[in-house]
Ligand binder design. Structure first.
Ligand code: C2E
Ligand code: MG
Ligand code: MG
Ligand code: MG
Length: 281
């Protein structure tokens, strides 16, 4: 069959010899279709936000992380792990990220009217590509202004990859947004490039301990050491710290014993629609 494909490619291309791999061709085709569909996702209203609870040591809801979902008409729910990397390769992430920010800010404004929800924060993931857009600061400020959301309630999650190149520029963007009250969390901490001396200078508010370390904290000494030192580091840098991916009571107890008092994970709630949020877990 591969020979046949090669033969046909050769004929179609005249004298030129093409390397033609039907499996690769099929993958490229599927990808191109997904990308074409993703272009239509926003205009067709197929994106939605799920919110995952973040709780304190008393299991009270203190905030949520906004996680984007794509309700594809034929494929069903497509996970962000599948379409965010695709969107990052072209400029689609900029419009998707803009929509996420807008939707989260509208939610903050709705919550501001009820004393029960007024103090909640929303953490929004920001891709490096989106963050580096020339008008990123203006877009965030304009979104806050026209939705009426309080900047102090908006937390932007960035990853270490943002600081590998042009770190002074990233630093400056964060500093300017912080002047307006927006806060920053460093997502997936420990999985990427980390220069501790640089971390000291970053205008951060919170470290998020990556779920891969939390998962193994009771079984693996290296993970336990990484989590314990991240908590200690956050204390000495006067940053807040939150553990991601907390799934068991044992993990929670270990984290509390080591000085971590904010948690996110299936133990407290899976990401879901806004009306499914528990206020006390
Ligand atoms: P993330 O920002 O690190 O988000 C945490 C991921 O861990 C989420 O996956 C969440 O559902 C999952 N999770 C939470 N608690 C647990 C747990 O206890 N156990 C396990 N095994 N997993 C848990 P999700 O929703 O599939 O999102 C995956 C990634 O996609 C996110 O990782 C984030 O990097 C990206 N992403 C999601 N929404 C957005 C967005 O609006 N913009 C951008 N740029 N990226 C997004
Ligand atoms: Mg995140
Ligand atoms: Mg994370
Ligand atoms: Mg992650």
């Amino acid at each position: 069959q591969a020979d046949m494909a090669l033969f046909q490619a050769k004929r179609a291309g005249g004298d030129n010899l093409y390397f033609f791999d039907p499996v690769m061709q099929a993958q490229l085709h599927a990808r191109a279709r997904l990308e074409a569909d993703l272009r239509q996702a926003l205009p067709r209203n197929e994106l939605l936000l799920h919110y995952q609870p973040q709780v304190d040591a008393d299991r009270r809801l203190i905030g949520v992380e906004a996680l984007v979902r794509w309700q594809h008409p034929e494929r069903g729910m497509v996970s962000p792990g599948e379409f965010i990397p695709l969107a990052e390769e072209n400029r689609l992430i900029v419009s998707i990220g803009g929509w996420v920010l807008e939707t989260a800010c509208r939610q903050l404004t709705a919550w501001a009217e009820d004393p029960v929800t007024a103090d909640l924060t929303i953490s929004v993931n920001v891709s490096p590509r989106q963050f580096r857009e020339a008008d990123f600061i203006e877009r965030v400020l304009a979104t806050l202004a026209h939705t009426g959301a309080r900047p102090e309630r908006l937390k932007l999650e960035v990853t270490e990859s943002l600081f590998v190149h042009n770190r002074d520029e990233a630093h400056e963007t964060m500093r300017r947004l912080k002047e307006h009250g927006v806060t920053f969390a460093l997502d997936d901490f420990g999985t990427g490039y980390s220069s501790l001396s640089y971390l000291k200078r970053l205008p951060l508010d919170q470290l998020k301990i990556d779920q891969s370390f939390v998962r193994d904290v009771l079984e693996d000494e290296a993970s336990a050491a990484i989590v314990a030192s991240t908590i200690a580091l956050s204390e000495s840098l006067q940053l807040a710290v939150i553990a991601e991916g907390v799934e068991t009571e044992e993990q929670r107890a270990w984290l509390v014993a080591h000085g971590c008092h904010a948690f996110q994970g299936y133990l407290f709630g899976r990401p879901g629609p806004v009306d499914s949020l528990p206020f006390q877990v």
